[in-house]
Design a protein around this ligand. Sequence first.
Ligand code: SF4
Length: 107
Amino acid sequence: MSTPSTEEHWSDHAICRGADPDLFFPIGYSASILKEQERAAKRVCGNCPVTSECLTWALRVGEPDGIWGGTTPEERRRLRRNAEAPARRRLPVIMVRGDVPVGADAA
Ligand code: SF4
């Protein structure tokens, strides 16, 4: 039988705990209202002591909605694309017997 963990979690220090969820999941009928809600949520995140942990978590789980770690879903998609881009460019080098490595001197 395991005992419950008493370790703290980063979300224990989130200043948005108990805040109106609508602030972090903006719903509006116009772009200007959505932008204002987004700015209000980001102001809260800007004063949060666990912004980095929150953003890391949202990126890791691929959180598709809401403001997390001071970022919008689109901003997180951009961060993930940028983080993944270098990995996609690296291709494995496959050598077949008799191949001459690129850059090797033929002499
Ligand atoms: S960074 Fe923002 S969304 Fe994340 S815990 Fe802090 S206040 Fe909440």
